[in-house]
Design a protein around this ligand. Structure first.
Ligand code: G6P
Length: 471
């Protein structure tokens, strides 16, 4: 069995003596596969200089994942060395700046996107990148093997692999939202067709919620005039099944991880910082789709409209760096910092920091913060699923209240027990923060328990094995 994704389960760094050290990545896919009992080869891109050095130092290009050594079937990783210019154009210009923007409705349409000569070269690089993956998968797959391809970086790979190895069982999973036909058609027509055709090379296509699956089916109808019957799409003589698999979190694993000393020590530090005040928390990559600036604006409105809260609450904002090669992300990071600064200027006083912005990525500190939070703010403009919304209630010791965007995939499972908001409506979000803070204890407790149950309904290992079985 093969898994393919842009970012793999581990990454190498070169240490000060020139040696290579491997570091395990995070995320649902990784924990799912670590629990999996059969041999897996994970094909990914070499992203760092250390990754490239590790590939060159290996004999056959295959790396053993040290994190999987305790498991019966050790996991093997094949990292593909892709020309740096091609990788940059495929990953940054097409995957992150075009397909991600389409999926999350991020364009400022009077100005972007604009598809001209230079972008056509980017698209050619993306085709090359997907073809490199398809060739590696075709070479590694056993006869009648199964290949599970992940995400928007690799939408052309199912079709390209099908052409090389028609007998394989191929799936593709989209971890992002899917745009409705009107927005999807911002793409140049041949590109819109290629994206859908590429994915329909798979036998099964997975999405995190019904809404994204339906949007994909509508695009197949509107763009390809494919035969869409229920959850099946027939196009050019092949039928592909579309399915919903709502990724959840591993409650037991998460609670166990939170008992480690690196988490408990951070909990003590945070508790001291919070100093008995009520804690509003958000944890995100500094990502355009996460809507951090409007979230902070809503907190500012809360402090303006409820002066009695000043000095009584604190907002902890963990916003760690992401995709800094893109100018939009650098500008957004600055906007988040400006907004946090403005709030501090308006309300801060000796002994009280209204907002505390932390930009370093510290996983154990995030777990500790979940335990202490009273309100968790998850207000993305759009999100495929959002696992922060699921991790929080599982670890909460304070029966946290969840303020959740109606545009996050997680709302399908968590909406009934959350304060659901339109992510563009700052006033509504501010009112939801107030209601979440004011929620009576008994109701908080009941809701938080139900949220934790819903969040753990489909843990990663089961999410993965169900897809594998269906394939
Ligand atoms: C999203 C995508 C993943 C991606 C992650 C981090 O969750 O669905 O495929 O790996 O963001 O983004 P990055 O660009 O750092 O890999």
């Amino acid at each position: 069995m093969l898994v393919a994704s842009n970012r793999g389960p581990l990454s190498y760094a070169v240490d000060e003596h020139g040696g290579l050290t491997a570091r395990r990545g995070g995320g649902g896919m990784i924990s799912a596969l670590e629990a999996h009992e059969e041999p897996v080869t994970w094909v990914c891109a070499a992203l760092t200089d250390g990754d490239r050095a590790a590939v060159r130092a290996s004999r056959d290009g295959l790396l053993r994942n040290p994190a999987s050594e305790t498991h019966p079937a050790a996991q093997t990783v094949r990292m593909l060395e892709i020309d740096r210019v091609i990788f940059d154009r495929a990953y940054n210009a097409v995957a992150n700046r075009t397909l991600w923007f389409i999926a999350h409705l991020l364009f400022d349409t009077p100005h972007t996107p604009s598809f001209g000569h230079s972008w056509n070269g980017d698209w050619a690089a993306y085709e090359h990148y997907c073809a490199t993956f398809a060739a590696a998968l075709a070479a590694d797959a056993a006869p009648d093997g199964k290949v599970m391809i992940q995400d928007y970086h690799l939408v052309l790979a199912p079709r390209l692999l099908r052409e090389l190895r028609p007998e394989l069982r191929i799936s593709h999973f989209t971890h992002t939202p899917w745009a409705s036909p009107d927005y999807f058609r911002l793409l140049p027509d041949p590109v819109a067709v290629a994206v859908l055709r590429g994915m329909l090379g798979a036998d099964r296509l997975g999405f995190h919620c019904r809404r994204w699956a339906d949007a994909f089916l509508s695009c197949c109808d509107a763009v390809l005039s494919a035969d869409v019957t229920g959850d099946e799409v027939t196009f050019e003589g092949r039928t592909t099944t579309v399915a919903v698999h709502a990724l959840g979190v591993d409650g037991q694993g998460l609670r166990k991880r939170a008992q480690a000393v690196d988490v408990t020590s951070r909990r003590d530090i945070l508790r001291e910082q919070v100093d008995g005040r009520r804690l509003l928390l958000r944890i995100d990559r500094t990502e355009l789709s996460k809507n951090i600036v409007r979230g902070l604006d809503a907190y500012r409105e809360l402090l303006r409209s409820h002066p009695e809260l000043r000095g009584e609450v604190t907002h902890l904002v963990f916003a760690y760096p992401s995709r800094h090669d893109l100018p939009e992300y650098r500008e957004y990071t600055a906007a988040v910092q400006r907004m946090a600064y403005d709030i501090s200027q308006e309300f801060g006083r000796p002994g009280w920091e209204p907002v505390r912005l932390e930009v370093s990525d510290d996983f154990p500190r995030s777990l500790a913060a979940y335990e202490l939070a009273d309100v968790l703010v998850v207000n993305p403009v759009r999100d495929g699923m959002n696992l922060v919304a699921k991790e929080g209630p599982v670890l909460s010791r304070n029966d946290l209240s969840l303020v959740l965007s109606r545009e996050a995939g997680a709302v399908a499972e968590l909406g009934a027990d959350s304060f659901v908001v339109n992510p563009y409506d700052v006033t509504q979000t501010s009112e939801a923060l107030w209601e979440a803070l004011e929620q009576p204890a008994a109701e908080r407790n009941a809701r938080c328990r139900r949220l934790a149950d819903a969040a753990t309904a489909l843990p990663p290992a089961q999410w993965f094995s169900e897809q594998l079985a269906a394939l």
